[in-house]
Ligand binder design. Sequence first.
Ligand SMILES: NC(=O)c1ccc[n+]([C@@H]2O[C@H](COP(=O)([O-])OP(=O)(O)OC[C@H]3O[C@@H](n4cnc5c(N)ncnc54)[C@H](O)[C@@H]3O)[C@@H](O)[C@H]2O)c1
Length: 416
Amino acid sequence: MKICIIGLGYIGLPTALMLSKSHNVFGCDTKEEIVENINGKNPPFIEPGLEEMLKKSNLRAFTHPVESDVFIICVPTLFNKEVKMADLKYVKRAIEEIVPYLRKENLIIIESTITPGTCEKIVTPLLEKSGLRVNKDIYLSHCPERAMPGNTFYEIIHNNRVVGGSDDKSADLAEELYKSFVKGTIYKTSIRTAEFVKLMENTTRDVNIALVNEFAILAEEIGINVREAIELANKHPRVNLLTPGPGVGGHCIAVDPWFLTESTVNTRIINTAREINDGMPRYILSKAKKIFVERNIKDPTVTIFGVAYKGNVDDTRETPALKLIKLCEKEGWNVKVYDPCVKEFEYPLLPLEEAIRDTDLIIVETDHTEFKNINAKMTSNFVRNKNIIDTRNIMNCKEFLDEGFEIKILGIGKGN
Ligand SMILES: NC(=O)c1ccc[n+]([C@@H]2O[C@H](COP(=O)([O-])OP(=O)(O)OC[C@H]3O[C@@H](n4cnc5c(N)ncnc54)[C@H](O)[C@@H]3O)[C@@H](O)[C@H]2O)c1
């Protein structure tokens, strides 16, 4: 079968590589650099297993679509921050671009996250500009992706999948295709339900994170260790609390809940959870301010450890670290950034020693494993003041305390 994957990013490229094991797969990306990298067998981003898979595969990439039996759309879903709505312009453009290549019996699968109703109200009319009718001449499915960067290959194989069809045949065709590499169970449903399920999943995570972030703030007020409390609460057979942190990042969990709220007046919890998680950088800032006031530190320098939105990845999309940096700058503080995984960011990424030289406060934003091994003695030789706020509880606390550092861990109140 000939398959054309539109959008060769974190989701599209691994999907293309998995399908290329048993099908004739073409990739299409508008960015020439990505196409050149893929054809030159160079991974365009960090993902365990990507380099080996790319070297072994016969995937060929182009900057335009290729006539195929199946088209899979994996382009980004943008988020319009001003109006807090999904911006579907990339999805629309990708559909418009495949229209000239469509033939009878083609299957079109949307993997990109979309708002409920998009396939019926936006995608179908665009596809039908080809003169072909959805459910009669061509077939349409929405198969939202659930994989997590850093573990993508394992997850796209083993996760269960939800396949929404615009009719039964569309769902059956998509199921058949995914069966070629998915070992999880494939559940078929309507296209609108599949659109909704994806957003429910990420919203659930956002709400659960907001809950533990609120618990972390309360634990600090009460004077207990929230991590110990969470561990104990999780001994309850029906409680499963997550881990608090400096906010929510990544271009899914931090934005998808807004896709549910954009056209309704009937959501409360979803909006509040977003507010709590988006407010975490302000909370961390207030902690930093307190340290500088208490220790009479003037014109401080702050070093941010980690700008990736989560540990051991290079992805900085929607990272809460960016908001914290901007808030620190607004205070007039000097901000330096260190991230051993990230290669490109809005602010200069400094080598470790340069980043901690003469700093007054290190704020740990990301749980990169590498942070566990940062030497306290070495750090102590470079900094001006020995203060750490660890929002992830990742630093080697004992070593730093022995070196005379003051460490504040998110969710741990005084006396713990
Ligand atoms: N990354 C994740 O963890 C994840 C998880 C689940 C769902 N998703 C969803 O999957 C979709 C893709 O996400 P991603 O992380 O792979 O995005 P990405 O930004 O990593 O990759 C998308 C690629 O699409 C290309 N592109 C944009 N418009 C194009 C067009 N018209 N034709 C061809 N290529 C085009 C871009 O150049 C880019 O390389 C999004 O809707 C996202 O919300 C992502």
